[in-house]
Design a protein around this ligand. Structure first.
Ligand code: PLP
Length: 376
């Protein structure tokens, strides 16, 4: 199998799987129980939190464990808006966010918030100037992703954070799911940031929201005292403890993996550009982990299935939108044609991919276009 769908999810590192299995078997006690095994789980959980906080350069109390990035985004956006309504009614976001952010924003709009969705420019980003131009006195929150999950474009979040902080009452949340472990993230400048374990070779069911201590949130999952009362429910201690190792390994290997993935992306990009009917849809300066391309001869759906038959896994759009038959909104927002949007496929890479796989993909594409493709 060739797995080019790493923006959707990644394989679990064997080292992490081993630690996780041991924790599931041995540290099953409830971290809030007062007996010895419970206290041991709590100790391990707090050590993991401290390691993660140190890696991000924030305080231990600024790490909130959640079950997935969708939950972190929901808590950051809805939780912040509900707890701080008196500060303003206006919220800025973009028109290409992940569905968890989009739907959180739709919900806030339905209860009376004024949500403004900024368009992306030709580089697939929202510039700091665009944010500056749209900030208002009553802007409560700005939420913009760091790296786009369909095209790999990189928002200038450090500059955006600076602009947002010229407004004393406004805060900035960034969905860093597709950037964490791939490029540096300016956590010191962010008020809230979302990270998910399963995008960086960790286990599913574990994610976090980095939230600075001054930020007040309304909990969305009601329950006990867990996670400072921000998220009720028995802690998924094994997964969250394993997240510390996942994060350490991702950061240790960040530079090496970036160069490795870039070689694979560059090879495929050059090939697509020279292939008759092939188009690169990701912007020129996109993160090399994500390459969005289209082929005039073949629609996304047919191509996805044909590649699947050859043992090659790719996506057409974001996996969370994959059951909708509509063309990719993100590709359309980037001003590509409707045809490109309905022919787009996303190749996304990880440390596990090889140049040999890239070559096999090219060969498979030639065969598929010969067999299934419409003649140009
Ligand atoms: N944000 C981005 C940018 C993503 O790519 C994804 C997953 O595809 C998510 C959020 C949601 O992640 P999770 O599956 O952990 O909820």
């Amino acid at each position: 199998m060739i797995y080019f769908d790493n923006a959707s999810t990644t394989s679990v590192r064997p080292e992490v799987a081993r630690v996780y299995k041991k924790l599931v078997e041995e540290s099953f006690a409830n971290a809030d129980s007062m007996h010895s095994p419970g206290r041991k789980t709590k100790r391990q959980l707090e050590q993991a939190r401290a390691h993660i906080a140190r890696s991000l350069g924030v305080d231990d109390s600024e790490i909130v464990f959640t079950s997935c990035a969708s939950e972190s985004n929901s808590l950051a956006i809805v939780g912040y808006a509900l707890a701080n309504r008196q500060r303003g009614n206006h919220i800025l976001t973009s028109n290409v966010e992940h569905s968890s952010t989009r739907h959180a924003m739709d919900f806030l709009e339905s209860i009376g918030f004024d949500v403004e969705r900024l368009p992306i420019n030709e580089r697939g980003i929202v510039s700091a100037q665009a944010v500056k131009d749209h900030l208002r006195k009553d802007t409560l929150l700005v939420s913009l992703m760091h790296v786009n999950n369909e095209i790999g474009s990189i928002n200038p979040i450090e500059a955006i954070a600076d602009v947002v902080h010229t407004h004393p009452t406004c805060v900035f949340h960034s969905d860093c799911v597709q950037s964490f472990g791939k490029i540096d993230i300016p956590f010191q400048k962010l008020d809230m940031a979302t990270i998910s374990a399963h995008k960086i070779h960790g286990v599913k069911g574990s994610a976090l929201l980095m939230k600075k201590n001054r930020i007040q949130l309304q909990p969305l999952v009601f329950g006990g005292q867990q996670e400072q009362g921000l998220r009720g429910g028995t802690e998924n201690a094994p997964a969250n403890i394993a997240l510390a190792k996942t994060i350490r390994l991702a950061l240790e290997e960040q530079e090496k993996t970036y160069d490795h993935v870039k070689t694979i992306r560059d090879t495929l990009k050059t090939w697509v550009e020279s292939f008759p009917g092939g188009h690169v849809l990701s912007p020129e300066d996109a993160l090399p982990y994500i390459l969005n391309v289209s082929f005039d001869q073949i629609t996304s759906e047919v191509l996805l299935n044909a590649l699947d038959e050859k043992g090659i896994c790719v996506s057409a759009k974001s996996t969370c939108d994959s059951r909708s038959s509509q063309a990719s909104e993100v590709i359309l927002a980037l001003n590509h044609s409707k045809k490109d949007a309905s022919h787009a496929i996303r190749l996304s890479f990880s440390k596990d991919n090889t140049l040999e796989e890239a070559k096999q993909f090219m060969q498979a594409m030639k065969e598929i276009v010969e067999n299934y493709g419409l003649s140009l």
